[in-house]
Design a protein around this ligand. Structure first.
Ligand SMILES: [Zn+2]
Ligand SMILES: [Zn+2]
Length: 228
């Protein structure tokens, strides 16, 4: 049986995704299909914000994160490493431990110094780190959602660029955009008081959260119809 535990790491969740979904992803899902589902569930999560339905927000956010891991697996991107490289306890744009982008308005990203002793031990640690860098009290849940939508668009743009031209620089952009997207996903979760690791552990305590098999046996059509 495959499970994700609440004290698990981002890397654990990515590996879990591979064990449970790697086979059907390889067989049935072109990169576009994975991207399509990741974007679809992100938009459904945003609908949860608009409807003030935390349950809807939560479920769709978690499914979109699961498809994000499938995309990262497709490109062999280590999400946790990219997250840490991009956000080593500070905002990668303004370089501050508590983001001051609104007042500084940086044009370019700062070169950041990475102190590995500060690296969070697990996924919950990363979520808490993001609550410090981007305090939820400083913006509304709706604003956090708009930022997530923006980053979802940038993930899509980066993947389209790379698949069109196959340049290494464009692969690097996919890594960056995946890290940005996930940082915003934690931002939304912090605003909505959702413990991502805890909820993932509840959802994925027994293989696939729908068919409860590992590898997953859900059909392509049933996933397309799935609405949480
Ligand atoms: Zn900043
Ligand atoms: Zn399944």
């Amino acid at each position: 049986m495959a499970a994700f535990l609440k004290d698990g790491t981002i890397a654990d969740f990515q590996a879990f995704n591979h064990v449970v979904y790697g086979r059907i992803d390889d067989r049935y899902y072109a990169t576009w299909d994975l991207l399509n589902q990741q974007q679809r569930f992100t938009m459904r999560a945003l609908k949860g914000i608009r409807k003030r339905d935390t349950e809807k927000l939560k479920l769709n956010l978690l499914v979109s994160m699961s498809f994000l891991m499938a995309i990262a697996n497709r490109f062999h991107i280590n999400v946790e490493e990219e997250m840490w490289r991009r956000f080593p306890t500070l905002c990668s744009y303004c370089g501050k431990h508590i983001c001051a982008c609104k007042t500084i308005k940086p044009r370019n990203r700062k070169e950041v110094v990475i102190d590995n002793r500060l690296r969070p031990k697990n996924m919950l640690g990363f979520q808490k780190m993001f609550a410090k860098i981007y305090p939820p009290a400083k913006r509304t849940l709706a604003d956090a959602g708009v930022h997530l939508a923006e980053e979802a668009g940038e993930v899509s743009e980066a993947i389209h660029n790379f698949i069109g031209q196959h340049k290494m620089r464009q692969l690097e952009d996919i890594k960056l955009e995946i890290a940005d997207y996930l940082s915003c996903l934690f931002g939304v979760a912090n605003s909505a008081k959702i413990n991502v690791a805890g909820e993932l552990a509840r959802m994925f305590k027994n293989n696939c959260h729908v068919c409860h098999k590992a590898p997953c046996t859900c059909t392509f059509a049933s996933v397309t119809r799935y609405r949480s």
